[in-house]
Design a protein around this ligand. Structure first.
Ligand SMILES: CC(C)(COP(=O)(O)OP(=O)(O)OC[C@H]1O[C@@H](n2cnc3c(N)ncnc32)[C@H](O)[C@@H]1OP(=O)(O)O)[C@@H](O)C(=O)NCCC(=O)NCCS
Length: 163
């Protein structure tokens, strides 16, 4: 159940010093495993737009994204297994959308595995719509290839105030 308070005030930018912790959580959540070096590269890239959620001194979740011209992209968003359904995922998305809009983005795009029901529910509840499908896109760690859904949300002024 989502906690009703807005957790965006508990988010901060991801620092390259967080790369190891972020990579550890990423590897716990995804089949496609990132190294600390690849996380650090993303965090120091010119288009980087990333957020970290911390609680009780540990990472509750992260969102690694980018913003190029008028389009922001979520590369990965994850919440620690013991922190899910507390509202962190929604707050990370909300914080990212606000930062993206402030950076000039008109839309957010992301890929999600067609069998990832929790993530699709999260994005759907936040107004993302499926714009395209990438056939047999996810193969790593899968018994069978799984399609990717390309989901898009158009940003508006309300993004700054919506939780
Ligand atoms: C997807 C993920 C980031 C959601 O994070 P979260 O902190 O649990 O999400 P929230 O608590 O903010 O949930 C917000 C809404 O999303 C939907 N949702 C989230 N998890 C869900 C689930 N397991 N089943 C159904 N709906 C779900 C619900 O609508 C939920 O609102 P509610 O709790 O009021 O019903 C998390 O499950 C995760 O880290 N999964 C592994 C990594 C991953 O798949 N990332 C996405 C890759 S594209």
């Amino acid at each position: 159940m989502t906690v009703p308070d807005d957790r965006r005030d508990r988010l901060r930018a991801v620092d390259p010093a967080d790369a190891e912790d972020v990579a550890t959580l990423q590897r716990a959540c995804f089949d496609d495993q990132w190294s600390a070096e690849s996380v650090a590269r993303l965090l120091t890239g010119p288009a980087n737009l990333s957020l970290l959620a911390e609680q009780d001194g540990t990472i509750a979740g992260f969102l690694i994204g980018q913003c190029v011209v008028d389009t922001a992209e979520v590369l990965a968003v994850a919440v620690a297994a013991n922190r899910r359904r507390e509202g962190w995922g929604g707050s990370l998305m909300s914080g990212f959308e606000a930062l993206a809009a402030a950076s000039g983005a008109e839309r957010v795009i992301l890929d999600v595995a067609a069998d990832n029901a929790p993530a699709i529910a999260l994005y759907g509840a936040r107004g993302y719509a499926t714009a395209a499908r990438r056939d047999r896109y996810y193969v790593t760690g899968r018994a069978h290839p799984v399609d990717a859904l390309v989901m898009v949300k158009t940003l508006g002024k309300w993004t700054f105030y919506d939780s």
